[in-house]
Design a protein around this ligand. Structure first.
Ligand code: COA
Ligand code: MG
Length: 303
């Protein structure tokens, strides 16, 4: 079971697990990926009742092709182990993923991996539940390479800039990009996380943008993440879903050109050539590797 499952993550929509109304709304949204939250979107008094609300939502709503994930509480809390047990036992095959926030080290992810292995055996589950991990503490960023390689069950690293800002000491003004810092304050973190993810053949995703009434800035943040190799961005409000899914979808003309370029390269190879002209520019195996990323994404989307 070590081969990676490919899933669409152009948009990961966060939905408070305490809100039956928002979960019902999310199930009808044809978004790539939804995570029902037990962590920061849920007040401590609501955390235990939210588990059963989530189980009911997973078992009774029609989620279509949407990937169904639950974000549990972090491993320092009194909630995390029962979050996983109640949700997995309750939803079984109606759950695709567990999201682990505030992971600090590879062993945190391995704990969740082992617990899920035990539960899959006990429950006789026919499919493997995946893990996505939030990198949102400075310790986690220091350990990001080891975390990325921690278990084959891990599918994606997410950069959580909210908690990360608190952990590193970044101010609220700077998070919004209004602090006058010359350049993108998240360039290093997004780059480092994406390299760690890609070198383990897993996805990298960009975290939330809180100002949901500002589509231009949201698009800008999403484009920056995409440029560095990330495959998607969180949405915290329905208004952000189509923005993310648009930014992280390749243009049809680029997909057509990529497929054509691969064909031209294969024909050149058959004639014993490693480099040829394509639309007046040189292409070789490296050009083909670059555009294959695009074609793989297009295949997953069904373009
Ligand atoms: N998922 C599903 N539906 C959502 C939603 C979400 N994340 N956020 C808002 N909605 C719904 C609302 O219920 C409302 O539905 P209605 O028109 O049927 O009444 C509609 O979308 C419009 O919402 P709006 O009135 O603009 O905002 P709000 O005040 O209801 O909610 C927030 C604003 C920020 C409280 C809400 O978007 C939210 O809780 N987001 C998620 C927060 C979260 O998960 N944080 C943790 C991760 S960072
Ligand atoms: Mg967080």
């Amino acid at each position: 079971m070590s081969e990676k499952i490919r899933r669409l993550r152009r948009c990961q929509l966060s939905v408070p697990g305490s809100s039956e109304k928002m979960m019902a709304k999310a199930s009808a949204m044809s978004v790539d990926y939804v995570f029902l939250d037990l962590e920061d979107a849920v007040a401590p008094s609501e955390k235990r009742p939210a588990r059963q609300k989530i189980v009911t939502a997973l078992n009774t709503l029609d989620w279509g092709r949407t990937v169904r994930c639950v974000r549990v509480n972090d491993l320092t809390t009194e909630y995390a182990y029962e979050d996983i047990i109640e949700v997995v036992e309750g939803a079984r095959e109606n759950l695709d993923m567990i999201m682990l926030p505030k992971a600090m080290s590879a062993s945190d992810v391995q704990f969740v991996d082992k617990l899920l292995t035990m539960m899959e055996k006990k429950l006789g589950l026919k499919k493997r539940i995946g893990i996505d991990v939030l990198i949102e503490e400075v310790e986690a960023m220091q350990n990001v390479e080891a975390i990325a390689a921690s278990t084959p069950r891990l599918e994606c690293l997410i950069f959580g800039m909210g908690d990360y800002s608190a952990s590193q000491g970044v101010s609220m003004r700077d998070i919004g990009g209004d602090g006058g810092y010359p350049g993108d304050i998240w360039h290093y973190q997004r780059h480092r996380l994406t390299i760690a993810a890609r070198s383990n053949k897993i996805d990298a995703v960009d975290g939330p943008y809180a100002d949901f009434k500002n589509p231009d800035r949201y698009r800008e943040e999403a484009r920056r993440a995409m440029t560095l190799g990330m495959v998607g961005k969180w949405a915290i409000h329905p208004a952000q879903v189509s923005l993310a899914q648009e930014v992280f979808s390749p243009l049809q003309e680029d997909v057509d050109r990529a497929r054509d370029m691969i064909k031209a390269y294969d024909e050149a190879l058959a004639q014993g050539l490693g480099a040829v002209q394509y639309e007046g520019k040189m292409i070789d195996i490296a050009s083909v590797r670059i555009v294959r990323n695009l074609v793989e994404r297009a295949d997953l989307i069904g373009m």
